[in-house]
Design a protein around this ligand. Structure first.
Ligand code: 9L3
Ligand code: MG
Length: 135
């Protein structure tokens, strides 16, 4: 890994809806984000599509197979020119297990509002709530 600024690189996060609930995962790192909740995901690697990255990240983090669906919510600018984007992720097989998070939780609309989400992911609350209310 180089220390050069990562410009226009993407971080992908997956919104998995199931049975009227959304899957949230509690981060373990870095210390500033430990204990806070997020849509699981991670960095798109060089030469990888965002869709493939989401499938890979959710396999690594949750031990599930997903199909990457449509974008949801706004682009969230991160440091060093990186951008965070959420995609719907449809569960194809497996039951999510926290392999890299401290715990997982399936939340409804009311619970989503009470969770200590990482700041970046708060930008998607309107769309996530809309989906949870429609389910
Ligand atoms: N990030 C923010 N919200 C998310 C995800 C998946 C990631 N829902 C931020 C946290 C890290 C960076 O993006 O600063 C890279 O994510 P990761 O590889 O540490 O999961
Ligand atoms: Mg991650």
């Amino acid at each position: 890994m180089s220390d050069a600024p990562a410009r226009d690189r993407e971080v992908v996060a997956g919104a998995i809806f199931h049975g009227g609930r959304l899957l949230l995962a509690q981060r373990t790192r870095p210390p500033a984000l430990a204990g806070r909740w997020e849509l699981p995901g991670g960095k798109v690697e060089e030469f990888e599509s965002p869709q493939s990255a989401l499938v890979r990240e959710l396999r690594e983090e949750l031990a599930v197979e997903v199909r990457c669906g449509a974008r949801i919510g706004v682009d969230v600018p991160l440091s060093r020119g990186m951008v965070l984007r959420a995609y719907r992720a449809e569960l194809v097989s497996g039951e999510p297990v926290a392999l890299e998070h401290s715990q997982l939780r399936w939340v409804d609309a009311e619970e989503l509002l009470s969770m200590d989400l990482v700041d970046n992911d708060r930008a998607w609350i309107p769309e996530l709530l809309e989906e949870l209310s429609a389910l």
